[in-house]
Design a protein around this ligand. Structure first.
Ligand SMILES: [Zn+2]
Length: 319
């Protein structure tokens, strides 16, 4: 290779290098850029999937809660009917003994000459509370609300209205979840205290009346009900069951006529009647039946509608 050829060779090499360098730089930028784009899209995709999963998880949780409520509700319905059967059989046996021996007086009738009727509404506040309160106000009747713990604005206003309009504010557990309320004595106390303090905070009333979810004779509690009853009495809280069921706890919505019949037909047998009704959104037939029930009771001789107070004899399925 002579000098001229060598110079030519070097020029060619420099020219080639000049071409290679920009291509290399271009590739060096392009590859990481492509990688970043791929990773970014992968990241976005995974994030979207995670969000979907989170949504599905939330949905599952809420349907589980709904299911738990349904189970509690079924438990309560079942309990109500068990108790109703017991009451019926008691009544029958009283009737039998009365017919065999006519001198046995109906002691309940002899205690007072004025029949006291207590309308009690469980499970509220609900979207029906306002209407129930309007009806009670229209007929100038006081009733008792065994409420659960709800923190939304409408419920808070309902608690206040119950108190302001002279009704009795009773407690029916904060959560109304049998599995929670009756899991242990400690969880019962925690639930009760939470509701009592919450109601005090909202209304200034320290409630001293309680209705057990499912009644004191419920079969859902894993704790001996005697222990819970004892605790209530230590806290100076009186619990109330019922001796007349409106039947509105049933899973099927009863007609207003049936509810009216259930409430009114057995009334004459009691000198003190505590009627179990429900203040729940889906129980609108209860609201429909209410004016007629009040009118029927007000038309009865020596009968008055009252709110539970310290002088009320507590109807209890378990003592
Ligand atoms: Zn209830």
């Amino acid at each position: 290779m002579d000098e001229q050829e060598y110079a030519e060779y070097r020029r060619n090499r420099v020219r080639r290098l000049k071409k290679i360098i920009p291509v290399t730089i271009f590739i060096a930028i392009l590859i990481p850029l492509l990688c970043s784009i791929i990773f970014l899209s992968l990241f976005i995709h995974t994030k979207r999937e995670l969000n979907d999963l989170q949504t599905r998880y939330d949905e599952l949780l809420s349907s589980m809660e709904q299911l738990r409520d349904d189970i509690d509700y079924i438990d309560e319905t079942k309990d109500v009917y068990t108790v109703s059967d017991v009451t019926d059989s008691k009544r029958e046996s009283t009737e039998e003994s009365a017919s065999t021996d006519e001198v046995i007086p109906d002691t309940e009738e002899d205690v007072t000459d004025v029949r006291e009727v207590y309308l009690t509404f469980d499970d509220g506040p609900s979207s029906n509370t306002g209407e129930i309160l309007d009806i009670l106000a229209k007929y100038d009747v006081k009733a008792t609300f065994f409420v659960t713990g709800k923190t939304d604005e409408v419920s808070v206003a309902a608690y206040k209205r119950i108190v302001d309009e002279g009704h009795t504010l009773g407690m029916h557990s904060y959560s109304h979840r049998y599995s929670q309320v009756y899991a242990s004595k400690e969880s019962f106390i925690e639930d009760l205290t939470r509701l009592q303090e919450y109601l005090y905070e909202v209304t200034g009333v320290w409630s001293r009346y309680y209705r057990f979810p499912g009644g004191s004779s419920n079969t859902a509690s894993t704790v001996d009900m005697k222990e819970l009853i004892e605790y209530l009495s230590e806290q100076d809280i009186t619990y109330f069951d019922w001796n007349i069921v409106s039947g509105d706890a049933s899973g099927n919505i009863l007609s207003a006529d049936r509810i009216y019949e259930n409430c009114v037909s057995n009334l004459p047998e009691y000198s003190e009647a505590v009627i179990l009704m429900h203040d729940a959104a889906e129980k609108h037939t209860t609201v429909e039946a209410l004016p007629r029930i009040i009118e029927a009771v007000q038309a009865m001789d020596d009968t008055r509608l009252m709110a539970i107070n310290d002088d009320t004899f507590p109807i209890q399925h378990r003592e």
